[in-house]
Design a protein around this ligand. Structure first.
Ligand code: 6PG
Length: 471
């Protein structure tokens, strides 16, 4: 490229793996002049081949790549989260100028993003954490995007993001989330909710398969039917399809050949860790994280099943009740995630708009669901709503689901079918809707053995009792 031709591109992508390449192709489709960089020439060849129509250019020389960008330069990193992000930043820093913007679109931990924002601010560089959801398809044809950082810097790239994001009606599934690491924080909580819904669906699968003895085809039918109603969601839709997939190695369905040991990359665990830090309970998400971990103890489970005997069936479970139980638990998972965002917004001064977040989760992302429209409406009515259970419309839905939920969970418990996410969700609901919890006793116990004091319901101040001296 000659000097005359340089400084043409509006945005540059670093990391041309499938996600980076697809997002770049999406931008090019929308008419933006964009370019990519990767150390691996094979990745550049793939980009140039798939982007032939747009004459998409790729670089393996970082100086030439940086020189090809308009100023202020906008760079998106789509590289694995962790130390690689820091090493890419170190390589870039000497080549960049004040006002340039680096956007990290991996699933980075928000505390790493905080550190990077502070470090780069000293050099006059803007660092953005931008969660992207929707997987490879989403990146190519419309993801949901959660950018956080300096608001003025966001306005430089807003047009690109709004053009490539998924649309619900004419609303793009992207919005400015807030300052600092808020974009990555919100994406982390999105993933926590994703873990919870996946676990709930897996527990329903367990109930249908082990409790009711359904075949894969029958399970497909149940999920497909549910996905045509109030439960319509991306995760239910893809789950239904899984049950139709035939294995090419054996003669059975592929799902039956997959080991029952779930893996994870950590975003769910981070959500649970932060919730403990902020003392804001999200038990459905916690159970989802724990149950992935429990699944890895295969040999122990095999041994203990032999010791305690196989599970019973639970033929008294009714499908309509199960559908309501799932709806109730799914709503609760969203409610817990939103509650965590509410608390984090105060704690970290993110000034989040839960209404805007619900709005951009309605399309493109993994947790997109019909119910997100209800969540959006709830925050549209009251953007300061502390908890989704406080909304009239949501209360109405929950009241309708409760009988079926209790019957289903009781039947599972009686049959010995493990439903940790369902059971803890119901008990969370029963506790958060209890005006006077038995926690006064914990205060009394603490004061008894440790003189930790307690507060009284009828007087201000802290008190201590001489518990050993019976009155
Ligand atoms: C998304 C997903 C995605 C995440 C996968 C894998 O929103 O597109 O959240 O970002 O990487 O879901 O997560 P685990 O490997 O932890 O299940």
């Amino acid at each position: 490229m000659s000097n005359n031709e340089s400084k043409n591109y509006k945005l540059g992508m670093i990391g041309l793996g499938t996600m980076g390449r697809n997002l770049l192709l999406n931008m090019a489709d929308k008419g933006f002049a964009v370019t990519g960089y990767d150390k691996d020439r094979k990745m550049i060849a793939k980009l140039e081949e798939e982007g032939q129509k747009h004459q998409l250019e790729g670089f393996d020389n970082i100086d030439a790549f940086i020189n090809s960008l308009q100023t202020p330069r906008t760079l998106i990193l789509l590289v694995p989260a962790g130390p690689i992000v820091d090493s890419v930043i170190s390589e870039l820093k000497p080549l960049l100028s004040k006002g340039d913007i680096i956007i990290d679109s991996g699933n980075s931990h928000f505390t790493d993003t905080n550190r990077r924002v502070d470090e780069l601010e000293k050099d006059g560089l803007h660092f953005f954490g931008m969660g992207i959801s929707g997987g490879e398809e989403g990146a190519r044809f419309g993801p949901s995007m959660m950018p956080g950082g300096d608001k003025d810097a966001y306005n430089v790239v807003k047009d690109v993001f709004e053009a490539v994001a998924a649309k619900v009606g004419s609303d793009p599934c992207v919005t400015y989330i807030g300052p600092g690491a808020s974009g990555h924080f919100v994406k982390m909580v999105h993933n926590g909710i994703e873990y919870a819904i996946m676990e709930l669906i897996a527990e329903v699968y367990g109930i249908l398969k082990n409790g009711l003895g359904y075949s894969n085809e029958q399970i497909y039918e149940v999920f497909k039917k549910w996905n045509e109603g109030k439960l319509k969601s991306f995760l239910l839709e893809i789950t239904a399809e899984i049950f139709l997939y035939k294995d090419t190695v054996s003669s059975s369905d592929l799902v039956d050949q997959i080991k029952d040991e779930a893996r994870s990359k950590g975003t769910g665990k981070w959500t649970s860790e932060v919730s403990m830090e902020l003392q804001l309970p999200i038990p459905t998400i916690n159970e989802a994280v724990s149950n992935r971990d429990l699944s890895k103890f295969k040999q122990l489970r095999v041994t203990l099943e032999a010791a305690f005997g196989e599970k019973k069936t639970a033929t008294d479970i009714n499908l309509d009740d199960l559908e309501n139980a799932f709806y109730f638990a799914m709503i609760s998972a969203y409610a817990q995630g939103m509650h965590l965002l509410f608390q984090a917004s105060k704690e970290y001064q993110y000034d989040l708009s839960l209404q805007e977040i619900a709005k951009i989760w309605r399309g493109g992302c993994i947790i997109r669901a019909k119910f997100l429209e209800d969540i959006y409406q709830a925050y549209d009515k009251n953007n300061l709503l502390e908890h989704l259970f406080g909304d009239d419309g949501v209360q109405h839905i929950i009241k309708d689901c409760l009988t079926g939920t209790r019957k289903t969970i009781t039947a599972c418990i009686n049959a010995g079918i493990g439903v940790p996410a369902f059971a803890s969700t119901l008990t969370y609901f029963d506790t958060i809707t209890t005006a006077r919890m038995p926690s006064n006793l914990i205060q009394a116990q603490r004061d008894f053995f440790g003189a930790h004091t307690f507060e009284r319901i009828d007087q201000e101040g802290t008190f201590h009792a001489d518990w050993n001296k019976l009155s």
